[in-house]
Design a protein around this ligand. Structure first.
Ligand code: XUL
Length: 522
């Protein structure tokens, strides 16, 4: 094989991860499948960049609705990741692409592009780029402070269904359009000095390529600004969002578009070949689809990370009548459905910590309790929830479940069952049922979790050899060709088959769960 190395960089919520894969080079005559993972490095923001003072990757704020990050922290993590990869690996890189936590936005002053072109390797990225930020903090996907803006934009666009038909989603607090509108309203001077609006993925891609990068259809569909059918910015949505937005947005592009060669900064400072190509970045969820090898409708991904997301390839655009779900554009070009649960791993951790357990103890609790949990259930809203929309956090315990140490094991099962029942209930609108479900993210290592997912969702659940599906997907996208991972890349992770007797219990539980959700979420 004429092997070449490609790096995928996932700018996640809690850490930045870079994965280097070996794949056939552009002139290779072999099959377009990655050969394996050559290297993986990570930078954990809270512990490795403590000077930024983040907690779980975001700045603490007394208002739980505010979720923000200093973009310089991502830049410093990027420098550190290349340092950790080392010059030996960097010299081999033929292509690079970025996966970014979706919806987050970065605001730049005029002159940003000229600066990106002329970065000196003698100073760090953060030091040089900080002066061209027109807003010191970037709102990220955990921010839920834009309810007013959501209502205003939705009103302008003719209601929830019309908004979803146009942009693929009703307005959501974390989506970039409502965030931009709030920024323009609350900080008009900073908005006036903003020349460019980037997403997390397009910001880091712009730095890597030394020029302002386009926003790909996948990440662009998380903004309430892209016309989901025509795959270009919607004039109506831009006008409903903020005056002068059109001239501040970069062009859109198809997934897999090559933006250009890597900026001289990375060649001089880390030894990347000057010819290494930068492929347009995308959102972490579209990237995870590629990492999971999902290419056909009927294939879906369960991403068990800070948030839990459930998404799959659709045959055609289907809009959620409850307006909780989203339609994005997948890297394969198909529409993809997505629902995002804010109470993912942090909710599981909250229960684990509440009863003084470690992960093996949490797993033992899952094994010690039966499917259906003797009728006990939990609506696990430790934080404001996205699906269903819950503004004020509240954990509901039902069917005799109580918050007491004697019921520690039952609470562990209840949080996980509650999460997957919610996933099943709130994904019913997706016209395409999953035939293959691939789990990724930290939680995908946990066999007990996968078994409950398989039983509740009535589908075989496989997991990847690596938990970083988004970084792996970005590395495959860095080839600029529609590359699949060689299944499995390394050793496969755990998998689980649905057990019909357990699924029958969940079938019976679902209407009760639906009713409890309806009453509690209002
Ligand atoms: C998806 C969402 C999250 C972020 C962070 O809509 O908000 O999954 O992409 O992972």
């Amino acid at each position: 094989m004429n092997g070449a190395f490609y790096v995928g960089i996932d700018v996640g919520t809690q850490s930045l991860t870079a994965i280097l894969v070996e794949a056939p080079g552009p002139d290779g005559d072999g099959e377009d499948r990655a050969e394996g993972i050559a290297s993986r490095v990570g930078v954990h923001y809270d512990t490795e960049l403590p000077q930024y003072g983040t907690v779980n990757g975001q700045l603490p704020n007394e208002d739980p609705a505010i979720g923000r990050v200093p973009p310089c922290m991502w830049l410093e993590a990027l420098d550190l990741a290349f340092e950790k990869l080392g010059s030996g690996a960097c010299r081999e890189i033929s292509g690079v692409s970025v996966s970014g936590q979706q919806h987050g936005s970065v605001y730049l002053r005029p002159g940003a592009e000229a600066l990106f072109q002329s970065l000196t390797p003698k100073q760090s990225l953060a030091e040089q780029i900080e002066p061209v930020l027109s807003r010191a903090e970037a709102p990220i996907w955990t921010d839920s402070s834009t309810t007013r803006e959501c209502e205003e934009i939705r009103g302008e666009l003719g209601g929830a269904t019309a908004t979803a038909e146009l942009t693929g989603s009703d307005t959501f607090e974390r989506f970039t359009g409502p965030q931009i509108r709030r920024f323009a309203r609350t900080e008009p001077e900073a908005w006036a000095r903003t020349a460019h609006v980037c997403l997390v993925s397009s910001f880091v891609t712009s730095v890597l390529a030394g020029r302002l990068a386009p926003i790909d259809h996948g990440d662009g569909s998380g903004m309430n600004l892209l016309d989901i059918r025509r795959r270009e910015w919607s004039e109506a949505a831009m006008a409903a969002t903020a005056a002068g937005l059109g001239q501040r947005l970069p062009p859109t592009c198809a997934p897999w578009t090559v933006v250009g060669p890597v900026a001289p900064y990375f060649a001089s400072r880390y030894g990347l070949p000057a010819s290494a190509q930068v492929v347009a970045g995308s959102g972490d969820n579209p990237c995870s689809l590629v990492g999971a090898g999902a290419r056909e409708p009927g294939e879906a991904v369960l991403s068990l990370g800070t948030s839990d997301t459930y998404f799959g390839l659709l045959r055609e655009v289907a809009v959620d009548p409850e307006a909780n779900g989203h339609v994005f554009i997948a890297p394969s070009g198909h529409p993809m459905s997505l629902i995002c649960f804010r109470n993912g791993s942090l909710a599981r951790e909250a229960v684990r910590d509440r009863y003084g357990l470690d992960w093996p103890g949490f797993d033992a609790a899952l094994r010690a309790t039966p499917p259906g949990n003797h009728g006990m259930m939990m609506l696990p809203w430790f934080e404001p929830e996205i699906v269903p929309r819950v503004a004020t956090p509240h954990v509901h315990r039902l069917g005799g479940l109580r918050d007491e140490p004697e019921q520690a094991a039952r609470n562990c099962r209840a949080v996980v069952e509650g999460q997957f029942l919610s996933m099943r209930l709130n994904s019913e609108w997706m016209a395409t049922r999953p035939e293959r479900l691939v789990a990724t993210g930290g939680g995908s290592r946990n066999r007990e979790l996968l078994q409950i997912a398989a039983d509740v969702l009535a589908c075989r659940v496989e997991s990847l050899a690596v938990t970083d599906g988004a970084a792996l997907g970005a590395a495959l996208r860095a080839t600029g060709r529609r590359m699949s991972p060689l299944p499995p890349v390394g050793d496969a992770g755990p998998s689980a088959e649905p057990r019909p007797e357990a699924t029958a219990i969940y079938d019976a539980m679902l209407p009760r769960y639906a009713e409890a959700q309806r009453l509690a979420a209002g």
